[in-house]
Design a protein. Structure first.
Length: 263
DNA sequence: AAGACAGTCAACCGCAATACA
DNA sequence: GTGTATTGCGGTTGACTGTCT
């Protein structure tokens, strides 16, 4: 015996909501709220709809403050960044985009951003087991650890790139970038990542990248750089002042790699 | 003009989590 | 502690629209 349906499908209307139904629901919500019970709301409001349908319609479309229309580049960047940290936890991502719903973000990802990501082509970074070996010590538990050049990974610093997609602008808008750029891993020289690599080192690397290089690499580069020095995540340094470190901390706590072997 | 196809997005489905008796 | 109702969520579907042939 299966689960009882939430409503009698034969007696409720399905499909697209009419303007009249929207008006009824909107008016009822303004006057009474959901009353803490969506299942009985359509009866109280006089709607021939399933309670779940009412809830969805309200949350995704009728609720005040909902943004309709295209996503901005900035929102895209935020979504890319959050997706790399959270995966398809759309409600988590949407909660950080005022006026956007999980359904909106999910649709946008599936229809636009996923293609954008795929069209970026193969990453410039190599990805191999060898690269997981830092200074002769294997770092485990680090998903998508990628670098084009293992020698930038020394025993005191490393860079974690997510998969290739548009970058968060604050990561690489240093001097020398004439356009909105991307983190360009293979333009980074090992000398830029000396022992105890820090934001200044990173800045030097970024600013040494020509616009042409940035452009050529833009479709094959990475978005987020997570830094660690001596096994201590760079959260204290706040090297990317506009970045939401709470997100990163959350991600970090779930995926913390084994750094015990690093010196 | 019309049919095929692709893109978009609202809505539905079913499962897991949570609340509550 | 257990069972049931409800909510929240992500995956998927399908209607609609625009573009191409």
């Amino acid at each position: 015996m299966g689960r009882a349906p939430c409503c009698d499908k034969a007696s409720v209307k399905r499909g697209t909501w009419s303007p009249e139904e929207d008006a009824i629901l909107r008016r009822y919500m303004h006057e009474h709220g959901s009353g803490g019970n969506w299942i009985t709301l359509p009866i109280r409001a006089g709607l021939k709809r399933c309670g779940k349908s009412c809830r969805l319609r309200w949350l995704n479309y009728l609720r005040p403050g909902i943004k309709h229309g295209g996503f901005t580049e900035e929102e895209d960047d935020v979504i890319f960044g959050l997706y790399s940290a959270f995966g398809s936890r759309w409600s988590e991502i949407a909660s950080r985009l005022p006026g956007r719903t999980d359904n909106d973000v999910k649709n946008h990802w599936n229809t636009k951003l996923k293609k954008k990501l795929l069209s970026a082509g193969p990453t410039a970074c190599l990805k191999s087991d060898k690269n997981q070996n830092l200074g002769g010590r294997v770092v485990s538990g680090f998903p998508k650890l990628e670098t084009h050049d293992e020698h930038i990974l020394d025993s005191t610093s490393y860079c974690f790139y997510t998969s290739s997609f548009s970058a968060l602008p604050q990561l690489h808008t240093g001097p020398g970038h004439q356009e909105r750029g991307f983190l360009a891993p293979n333009a980074v020289e090992s000398s830029d990542f000396g022992a105890g690599g820090n934001k200044n080192n990173f800045g030097a690397a970024a600013s040494s990248t020509s616009p042409q290089e940035v452009s050529s690499l833009s479709t094959a580069s990475s978005s987020l750089a997570f830094w660690a020095n001596d096994g201590v995540y760079a959260e204290d340094e706040q090297i990317f002042p506009d970045f939401d470190y709470d997100i990163l901390n959350s991600f970090w706590s779930r995926t913390k790699p084994d750094l015990s072997g690093l010196t």
